[in-house]
Write a protein that binds this ligand. Structure first.
Ligand SMILES: Nc1nc2c(c(=O)[nH]1)N[C@H]1C(S)=C(S)[C@@H](COP(=O)(O)O)O[C@H]1N2
Ligand SMILES: [Mo]
Length: 524
């Protein structure tokens, strides 16, 4: 009897802790509807966690969860919060005020996280303040009611009467209070999210963007550049299939009417242009294969689009880049900084302030309303999404986000080739087997691809027609007379400088993976 009473009180305290945490989250979400989704305590803590994540852990997360790494992170945060809330509840069962202090400290963590970003404003702390206060107040209140109903949790009963079942009305009061706390929290949380979504809905603004006709058209990509082989990725990647890599837990939603791009730093004429002014500039089409430095050998973070945008070098020339400038730092709405070596931007290659992707305004996930693109460089040194600010500076004056974390400051794309067909571990019938894949060395181009089977001699693959050095090149190869058994296929490419892709395996950190892609197939 005594033990059962104890277990019941402890369980009650744990539930009270969870309900109070719910109240904190709900209050935070509701207030964040007014201060911006990125200021919600959970999102703020998650974003700070992303910024603080050491490279090895980030690499592990990307490898293990791919683009699901964000839901996994959020689930981890909610789980940690539930454990801590349970402990705070147990503590509050003994000392209600102490439990309340612990919940207030959670709020403090949120405040710190919300203020830790480069783009933070003081008001960003308000949702976490509200969350801390609501959580602490709810826990104090519920824990006091619980004590009245059951006696102090863990406290040694002073007399046998303490272990007697609590009076019905007291117990009902705790149940009712806990239940209403959860209900109010749920309404606040769901209501806050819904309100935030409607306040930040830019679908209509995005649909209203009228893309001007390009002043400079991309040459049509010859059909012979796009072999139609089942299993081979299509030459142009559909927007919905385009890989997405960024640190944004909530996507920045920018109304183009409120958007402007500032160009400043080591320039003669600092300037600021609106979205309309950007669209009035001569727009250029550019077919370009964008890729991510985080790709493992054979990885999926690469895609090709027809982009449309204003010339980045032209805008910089208008601003008048001063001598001594070395680096172009792009800043995004959400505080990301991406540094591009200026000599790459100004050496004559096409580079864009892109506003469209495959014929439609940039999808929000890909940087709406404007992102930069500089062929030849991985995304992390060239492709700032949700771009709002360009600073011309030196290397010494500024370390961008990834450079601070040890990544290479240039980020030139390494020569990469991938076997797409047959798929890894595929079973194929004996005889002549079609092997096909994709290779890229953006801005240098691909001049040869070789394939070999089981470590035998290299054979030249058939290259699809060259569509230009800034685009991937697909290839095919007929593996004649494949015999039953398990076989190993390897591929290597040669870039436009004549350099053969190196065999030595390197991890993505700090400047991109190297090594030959290998797949194992079974011939039946
Ligand atoms: N604002 C912002 N821009 C960003 C990033 C980011 O995290 N934040 N990631 C970069 C990286 S690492 C890559 S590979 C490309 C990916 O662009 P995509 O998501 O459109 O494919 O965006 C780049 N631009
Ligand atoms: Mo990337």
């Amino acid at each position: 009897m005594r033990r059962r009473g104890w277990a019941l009180r402890e369980a009650g305290a744990a539930v009270v802790g969870l309900a109070a945490a719910g109240a904190a989250v709900g209050a935070g979400e509701l207030v964040a509807a007014f201060t911006g989704p990125q200021t919600s305590p959970v999102i703020a803590v998650g974003s700070a966690a992303i910024d603080l994540t050491p490279t090895w852990l980030k690499d592990y997360a990307v490898r293990t969860f791919g683009t699901d790494d964000k839901p996994v992170l959020l689930a981890g945060i909610y789980l940690t919060m539930a454990v801590l809330a349970t402990l705070a509840g147990l503590l509050a069962g003994r000392r209600p005020a102490l439990g309340a202090v612990v919940l207030a400290l959670f709020g403090g963590l949120g405040i710190w996280a919300a203020l830790s970003r480069a783009t933070s404003m003081p008001t960003d702390a308000v949702p976490s303040i509200a969350a801390g206060l609501a959580g602490a107040a709810a826990l104090f209140w519920l824990a006091c009611l619980l004590r009245r109903a059951t006696g102090p949790v863990g406290g040694r009963p002073a007399s046998t009467t303490d272990t007697a079942p609590a009076s019905g009305p007291d117990r009902r009061r705790v149940l009712l209070a806990t239940g209403s706390t959860v209900a109010v929290a749920a309404v606040a949380g769901v209501g806050g999210r819904t309100l935030a979504d409607s306040r930040n809905d830019i679908t209509a603004a995005r649909n209203a963007v009228r893309l001007p006709a390009p002043a400079v058209r991309a040459a049509p990509v010859p059909l012979a550049a796009r072999p139609a082989i089942p299993g081979l990725p299509s030459f142009y990647t559909a927007n919905a299939d385009f890989y997405r890599v960024d640190t944004a837990l909530t996507l920045p939603r920018i109304d183009p009417r409120n958007w402007s791009l500032r160009v400043h730093g080591l320039v003669d004429h600092p300037l600021e242009i609106s979205f309309d002014e950007l669209l009035r500039r001569p727009l250029e089409e550019m077919d370009y294969t964008l890729s991510c430095v985080s790709n493992e050998v054979g990885g999926p973070y690469v895609g090709t689009s027809r982009w449309l945008g204003a010339s980045l070098p032209a805008l910089l020339r208008e601003a008048g880049v001063r001598s001594g400038a070395q680096q172009l730092v792009g800043r995004s709405k959400d505080g990301m900084t991406i540094g591009t070596p200026l000599d790459a931007v100004l050496d004559g290659r096409q580079a864009l302030l892109a506003v469209a992707m495959n014929g439609e305004a940039l999808p929000v996930a890909h940087g709406f309303p404007c992102r930069s693109l500089v062929p030849g460089l991985y995304g992390y040194t060239s492709a700032t999404k949700w771009l709002v600010d360009l600073e011309v500076t030196t290397f010494a004056a500024h370390d961008p986000y990834w450079v601070k974390r040890g990544w290479d400051r240039t980020g030139a794309v390494k020569t990469t080739s991938r076997i797409d067909v047959p798929a890894p571990f595929a079973r194929v019938p004996a005889g002549d087997v079609t092997v096909a894949g994709t290779a890229w060395a953006t801005h240098r181009g691909i001049t040869a691809v070789e394939v070999r089977v089981d470590g035998g001699p290299w054979a030249q693959a058939v290259l699809a027609t060259d569509a230009g050095p800034d685009l991937w090149r697909q290839w095919t190869h007929t593996w004649a007379g494949a015999r039953p058994g398990t076989h190993r296929l390897e591929v290597r490419a040669t870039d436009g400088t004549g350099a053969v892709q190196p065999e030595a395996r390197a991890a993505p950190f700090p400047s991109g993976a190297t090594g030959w892609h290998t797949t194992v197939v079974t011939v039946t």
